[in-house]
Design a protein around this ligand. Structure first.
Ligand code: DGL
Length: 294
């Protein structure tokens, strides 16, 4: 039985998952968290699912080794590519994943047209196809990939003329099609909500699944008796496979995080690695700098 005061693990390709992290911390203020930004590999969206799957497994192994009691895949792309295999590979870890919020948008639309913006990999995933079949048969769905937006958020270019131009290019066809709900199908996009709302106007409701994900985390913790105790002082640690100083700046700017940011090294599987139990079957493993294997 895991310690209920153990941290929640949360991961994404980069800082996008912080839009989910902030909802989790708001809703569950006693919970400690470990956040992993795989900034060595951002963006995930254009990568083949098998590659994203490998990263997701390596990150899960790392977070689990650091004591995570539950893992939130705060990334639509990684959820689509890997959630299924993560659950099969780590049957003892509870996972909460993400999917574009097509269901609530389809239930609430009045115009009958909803827009979804997400990465190419998210649209190609079987998870998205199932969502469309189950919930969107009665509505018109307008989908749009948005190359460059993840990079804009990663570099803090939230309201530059270049980002605005990109958004106009991507949103115009959706607006012309008559959408009244826009599903933010990538966890980076909520950080562009202001700019998106300005272009989309008051007639379009933005749908961000982050609050629903936080509620689901709470449900799973309660079902399993894993909630942190009320007197537990939460501790948050952020890890990145990129540059910790860059993550520190962005995390502070985006969600006011002032805690530690630590580097993690990716190691490609070697003969040496493959003899280690923790990396068995994993082409990549993540390990903290300064804590090399014996
Ligand atoms: N934030 C991620 C998502 O929700 C991944 C974006 C990317 O790295 O391409 O899809």
């Amino acid at each position: 039985m895991p310690n209920p005061n153990a941290p929640l693990g949360v991961f994404d390709s980069g800082v996008g998952g912080l839009s989910v992290w902030r909802e989790i911390v708001r809703r569950l203020p006693h919970e400690s968290t470990l956040y992993f930004a795989d900034q060595a590999h951002v963006p995930y969206g254009p990568r083949p699912p098998a590659e994203v799957n490998d990263y997701a497994k390596g990150i899960t192994r790392f977070l689990s080794d650091q004591g995570a009691k539950l893992i939130v895949v705060a990334c639509n792309t990684a959820s689509g590519a890997a959630l299924h295999t993560l659950r099969a590979t780590f049957p003892n870890i509870p996972f909460v994943g993400m999917e574009p919020a097509v269901k609530p948008a389809a239930e609430r639309t009045r115009s009958g047209v909803i827009g979804v913006i997400a990465t190419p990999a998210t649209f190609q995933a079987a998870l998205f196809q199932r969502l469309v079949e189950r919930f969107a048969s009665q509505v018109r769905l307008e989908t749009q990939i948005c190359p460059g937006l993840v990079h804009a958020v990663e570099t803090g270019a939230l309201d530059t003329p270049e980002t605005e131009a990109l958004l106009r290019r991507y949103l115009t066809p959706l607006l012309e099609a008559g959408i009244d709900h826009l599903v933010l199908g990538c966890t980076h996009y909520p950080f562009l909500s202001n700019a998106i709302a300005q272009i989309a106007g008051p007639g379009v409701t933005l749908v961000d699944p982050a609050p629903a994900v936080a509620r689901q985390v709470e449900r799973v913790l309660t079902q399993r008796g894993l909630q942190a105790e009320e007197n537990h002082t939460p501790r948050h640690i952020f890890y990145t496979s990129g540059d910790p100083a860059t993550l520190a700046n962005m995390a502070r700017a985006l969600v006011g995080y002032k805690g530690p940011t630590r580097p993690v090294a990716w190691e490609r599987g070697t003969t040496e690695d493959s003899t280690r139990e923790t990396t068995e079957g994993f082409p990549y493993s993540a390990s903290k700098y300064g804590r090399r294997r014996a």
